[in-house]
Design a protein around this ligand. Structure first.
Ligand code: PMP
Length: 400
């Protein structure tokens, strides 16, 4: 072989080579159990590769994503404002639809003000990283969503994890810490994988003597909990004890985007300090209109939430009857714990083969040993849909 000087000089550990060596990437180039191509969709009925499937894992809890009022509002906003904001609000200005949505959201959540951003991920990241800084201490439930972890990392603050939904573990950590150090507590209202509700009353009581800044990501509680769907904080009557409620508009609100709600001071501070809003384009007209209309519907059509809870109770009753492990889910986010990734894959595949669309979640997305199939109930499911899901699951659990 002729001598090639390039082979000697060429670095052996580049980022590109790391990507090329990654075994998971190599395998997923051949077959990827995530990122399916959905050809068409009508509520919880979807077409995948020409097959009609039942969607059992979307977060369209209230089923509003194809509600005629939401669609009409999106179309009108597109006509009136065009397709995009093409820039950040700090630079290019806020449109009236931004302020309308924010004022309505703030009032709905019982807070003085709110800010909307183009993604829930950005909102939750910003809700942490804008307020916490180097030298502070963040105490975080160890099961929180990736967006909050990103905010924690970006803040540069020190971090202590406490056991999931465990106020006494939080207290054990707090009592050993320097009282004068600024502290933030970060939790979710409803945990997206587990379906657990945070024990906000107990957590807040534990924090009271320590003056912690309290942040709740309620992406999965908004629209679902509370007599008007106002979310976990309102449902547990803790609106005045929580400094910041953040979350996503991509679940019950049938849009995309995120929000942060708090006092006037907190939101004003955010406007001029949050990189996620200063350097990122504002939520688009159609997204804002869809979210605002969903908020209206939440208030004047309670039947969607009622139907969601009827479905949830019916589904869980059947799952309990077949002995499925649902990790004590308390909400429409219902995991089926299967214990390891091979089982998760085989059960998921058996469901797919029977035209039921779910999603696998394995560590690090969930704690070790909690490999699961994530399912979520929607107001659009019929009892027959849920019966079919449980029937196929029962067969799959037996087979695997
Ligand atoms: N927080 C939680 C708890 C979530 O589940 C999600 C979305 N999966 C987000 C934040 C991010 O929201 P979005 O999808 O709107 O970016």
């Amino acid at each position: 072989m002729p001598f090639d000087i390039g082979n000697i000089l060429r670095p052996k550990n580049t980022i590109l080579q790391r990507c090329q060596r990654d075994e998971g990437t190599k395998a997923r180039l051949k077959y990827n159990p995530w990122y399916h191509h959905i050809d068409s969709q009508n509520g919880c009925r979807i077409q995948v590769d020409g097959r009609e499937m039942l969607m059992m894992s979307s977060n369209d809890y209230l089923g509003l994503s194809n509600h005629p009022r939401v669609i009409q509002a999106g179309q009108e906003a597109l006509q009136k404002w065009g397709s995009s904001t093409t820039g950040s609000r700090l630079a290019n200005g806020s449109r009236s639809f931004h302020r309308d949505l924010e004022q309505q959201l703030a009032a709905f959540l019982g807070k003085e003000d709110a800010m909307v951003l183009s993604a829930g991920y950005l909102a939750c990241m910003g809700a942490v990283s804008t307020f916490a800084e180097k030298g502070d201490l963040i105490l975080v439930d160890r099961n929180v969503h990736s967006s909050l972890w990103s905010g924690i990392l970006l803040s540069g603050a020190n971090v202590e994890r406490f056991a999931h939904n465990n106020p006494s573990d939080l207290q054990d950590i707090l009592v050993t810490e320097d009282r004068d150090r600024p502290k933030m507590v970060v939790v979710e209202g409803v945990y997206s994988m587990e379906g657990h509700i945070a024990p906000l009353q107990e957590l807040i009581e534990v924090c009271r003597p320590f003056n912690c800044f309290f942040v709740v990501d309620d992406a999965h509680g908004l629209g679902v909990l509370g007599d008007r769907g106002q979310g976990t904080v309102g449902y547990l009557d803790r609106t005045n004890d929580v400094d910041v409620i953040c979350g996503s508009l991509s679940k019950s609100m049938a849009s995309t985007g995120g929000f942060i709600a708090g006092s006037k001071t907190i939101i004003e501070y955010l406007r001029s300090h949050s990189k996620q809003t200063i350097f990122s384009a504002a939520i688009s007209p159609t997204q804002a209109a869809a979210a605002k209309t969903s908020l209206d519907i939440l208030q004047d059509e309670p039947e969607h939430r009622e139907r969601l809870w009827e479905n949830t109770r019916y589904y869980k009753r059947m799952l309990n009857q077949i002995g499925a492990n649902i990790w004590e889910s308390e909400t429409p986010a219902v995991p089926i714990i299967v214990g390891n990734k091979e089982r998760a894959y085989r059960i998921w595949k058996a469901l797919m083969d029977e035209d039921i669309f779910t999603v696998i979640s394995i560590p690090p997305g969930v704690p070790p040993g909690k490999d699961l199939i994530r399912t979520a109930v929607s107001a659009q499911h019929t009892f027959e849909d849920l019966e079919r899901m449980v029937d196929v699951l029962k067969k799959s659990l037996k087979k695997v």
